[in-house]
Design a protein. Structure first.
Ligand code: SF4
Lengths: 488, 273
């Protein structure tokens, strides 16, 4: 490896998994791709997963072992950056939700929501409670679609021994059928309220372009009634999967709100007692550029330590605010109150799937169209930040706007770049426990641990911090003023 | 084709939304998966088979030197290569970098070559290899995708309508947002495919599907300028998800030149949004 973030990817005809064992030379030496010899105490093992499968976006995993010592371990994100933070500058603020949506096809609503909250903070706009409810409803649609996708098509095959969810469908037609239907109703909600499921068109700074009519939403109620029960069954089903015994002492970070399960708003809290307003994110967390990734790693500012965001952290920190059915199922399956097993994020996702269905059902049932679909505002210079809970964890945006309402500065910290450091650390602890495995199995198990994070690699790359010398504080220790580095 | 056609899905610079559209076709997904052999689709399966492939879907644009090589190999391995979405057909939103020479951030692209290898442009797949079929949209419409795949599986040539969004509004009975509310809308020059979504939600079309066949964006923008809009205000609508598609691109550049001239000759009156 050079000191460069490689954006190289495998060619289609290349073998995806290159694993091999070598003589104990530190450098050089051809690896023997399919060797299956028994490990010796001091030999070098190189395990490379060139392209992680069943994750969103493109990344690789490089592991080099010298005997039982991990010499190198990199979750290599080579997805080419798309420079969102750079080209947002100069664009009218109204366009920001539509543009940032395109960061990720799986969680566009998370980007839209975080951007409108941050921009409204900059503009001094507060939205009425009806708009706030509709935003939660939209977010429920995305959690449903994203969680159901990950649970059934991306993650479950790991536990049941299949290459894909589609293959699994042969032997598990009921479960897969139910999963696809759960996912579909999430998408239908996104379509009804947002216009379409991928990159909805109805989100505006200040509210919505058009609020749905009562009967448009009411038509969804029967499917959502079914969904609450179906999601509960799915969660019971996955709770019975065989989970590896693996626990880590995480610092878990999530938003928390006194009255509701966190989605759009809340304070940033942790299991170690941290509590701060979401807008102060940058005082406690920072981004660090590592050469092997086109994504920035996020870490605790005080000591550079890793932390965990996502469903497991959210459920742990907000369990008593889950919907009644989700809470009941959590108790029934005896989900540990402070579960530290990353694989069990799958169950946390299941509990959130129930929650999202049940909360959506409640909003659908009580809905009356608001009098105005959005709050109007006058552009003014200002700065605003916000964090929301994307399906994969906390997502933070900060913008500065000029007097004409154009973006002057943007920074975005997605959940997967926050988890990246934690994933690598987990792997460092997992590998010593599975050294006796063949290279192929070892690689597979590492990939499986990575997948339990549901990493969203398109999200985590694609940024560029610009450090134009206008007194903007750089968050990137490598960058100097008027210089740039690719970021999360 | 002997046996089931072999399907491959490749990703370049993109958001994954277009390939996700296939997984979003929940009702048809299992039928499609049964009718083809999924030979390469990393987002959905860890099973990876070598080429050649009968039908290859390509998502994303070319933004790195390695991807410029990789697409050649993908082409060599593919009998029928279809691009899916605005990134692949026109360079996508990331093609905004292509104009960056006049802006401060271009330096950025080259500033730290030791950390990242990237091209200064984001370009469409067709700029690099022969493309057999293009499916438009940011994102593509999954009903269209299913239709096109079904045609291909049945050995028919796929077809998608190439008229403008305007016509779909008329069909759908949506009241014109420009006429009724004075909202800037580029539906008259935008390719159909979304079902005229935005006007139905009381907002103007912003061009997700790129230029329609024989689109004339200049006459549309001239009309807006006659009605009091300054050229620089019209640039962003022409320059977003399909901004580098030839007819949108030349139009946004024309508007920019007009803005520069009018700015130097006199002060253009602003329009409040
Ligand atoms: S065209 Fe749009 S939806 Fe499709 S991959 Fe590109 S950004 Fe995503």
């Amino acid at each position: 490896m050079t000191n460069e973030t490689s954006t190289d990817r495998v060619l289609p005809m290349e073998v995806r998994r290159v694993t091999g064992r070598q003589r104990p030379t530190r450098h050089g030496g051809q690896s023997n791709p399919w060797a299956e010899t028994k490990a010796m105490a001091s030999e070098t093992r190189t395990i490379r997963i060139e392209a992680l499968a069943r994750v969103e976006g493109e990344g690789a995993l490089d592991i080099r072992l010298e005997g039982d010592r991990i010499e190198e371990l990199k979750l290599r994100i080579y997805e080419p950056p798309r420079f969102f933070e750079a080209f947002l500058c100069g664009r009218p603020l109204e366009e920001v939700p539509d543009i940032t949506a395109r960061i990720c096809g799986i969680c566009p609503v998370a980007y839209m929501m975080t951007s409108v909250h941050a921009l409204e903070a900059a503009l001094g706009v507060t939205v009425p409670s009806e708009i706030r409810q509709l935003r939660r409803l939209l977010y429920c649609g995305e959690w449903i679609e994203s969680h159901a996708l990950h649970m059934h098509l991306l993650h479950a095959p790991d536990f049941l021994g299949y290459d894909s969810g589609l293959e699994m469908a042969r032997d598990y037609p009921t479960e897969l059928g139910r999963g696809l239907r759960l996912k579909k109703h999430g998408n239908q909600l996104l379509e009804t309220l947002g216009g379409r499921a991928i990159h909805p068109i109805n989100v505006a700074v200040g509210g919505f372009y058009r609020c749905p009519k009562r009967d448009e939403l009411a038509a969804l109620i029967p499917d959502f009634e079914w969904g609450v029960q179906a999601a509960a069954e799915t969660t019971r089903w996955i709770a019975g999967f065989p989970y590896p015994h693996f626990e880590r002492p995480y610092e878990m970070i999530a938003l928390s709100h006194p009255d509701e399960y966190p989605m759009n708003e809340g304070r940033i809290v942790s299991n170690s007692g941290l509590s701060l307003p979401a807008s102060d994110f940058e005082t406690e967390f920072e981004e660090i550029h590592v050469p092997h990734s086109t994504a920035l790693h996020a870490a605790r500012r005080r000591d550079g330590s890793s932390y965990l965001v996502g469903p497991l952290a959210r459920v742990t920190l907000n369990r008593d605010r889950l919907s009644p059915t989700a809470r009941r199922v959590a108790d029934e399956i005896a989900f540990e109150p402070s579960c530290r097993n990353p694989y069990k994020s799958l169950i946390a996702r299941g509990l959130e799937l129930i929650h999202a269905y049940e909360e959506a059902l409640q909003i659908l049932t009580n809905y009356a169209p608001p009098r105005t679909s959005r709050v109007t505002y006058k552009p003014r210079a200002g700065e605003g930040a916000a964090a929301t809970e994307a399906p994969r964890g906390m997502l933070y945006h900060r913008y500065r706007i000029d007097e004409q309402g154009k973006i002057a500065f943007a920074t975005i910290v997605p959940p997967t770049s926050q988890n990246q450091r934690q994933i690598e650390e987990d792997l460092r602890h997992l590998i010593p426990t599975i050294l006796a495995e063949t290279d192929d199995n070892l690689g597979r198990q590492c990939e499986r641990l990575v997948r339990s994070y549901d990493p969203c690699i398109s999200c985590s790359t694609h940024f560029l911090k610009i450090h134009i010398d206008r007194g903007e504080r750089s968050l990137d220790p490598i960058a100097s003023p008027s210089n740039v580095t690719p970021t999360p | 084709m002997s046996g089931k056609p072999r399907l491959a899905v490749f990703k370049f610079a993109s958001c994954d939304g277009c390939q996700l559209s296939l997984l979003d076709a929940e009702d048809e997904l299992l039928a499609i998966a049964g009718a083809v052999e999924i030979a390469y689709f990393l987002e959905a399966s860890s099973r990876v088979l070598p080429g050649p492939y009968d039908v290859t879907l390509v998502e994303g644009s070319i933004t790195t030197p390695h991807d410029a090589e990789r697409i050649q190999e993908v082409r060599r391995q593919s009998k029928f290569l279809m691009t899916i979405g605005a990134c692949a057909t026109s360079g996508g939103i990331q093609a905004l970098r292509n104009w960056a020479s006049s802006e401060e951030y271009l330096r950025a692209v080259y500033a730290r070559p030791e950390y990242i290898r990237t091209l200064s442009t984001s370009t469409a797949i067709a700029d690099h290899v022969k493309v057999d079929f293009e499916l438009r949209g940011c994102p593509i419409n999954h009903h269209q995708l299913v239709e096109v795949l079904s045609s291909l599986i049945a050995g028919r040539t796929p077809r998608t309508p190439n008229h403008s969004v305007c016509l779909d509004c008329k069909r759908r009975g949506t009241v014109c947002v420009t006429v009724a509310q004075g909202i800037p809308c580029i539906g008259p020059v935008t390719h159909a495919g979304c079902g005229a979504l935005c006007p139905h939600f009381d907002r103007g079309c912003y061009g997700c599907y790129g230029p329609a066949a024989q689109a004339n964006p200049s006459s549309l923008n001239d009309w807006w300028m006659q009605h009091g809009h300054a050229p620089q205000q019209l640039v962003p609508l022409m320059r977003n998800f399909n901004g580098y598609a030839p007819s949108f691109r030349s139009e946004s550049e024309r508007l920019e030149r007009m803005a520069a001239t009018s700015h130097s000759s006199d002060q253009v009156g602003g329009n409040d949004k």
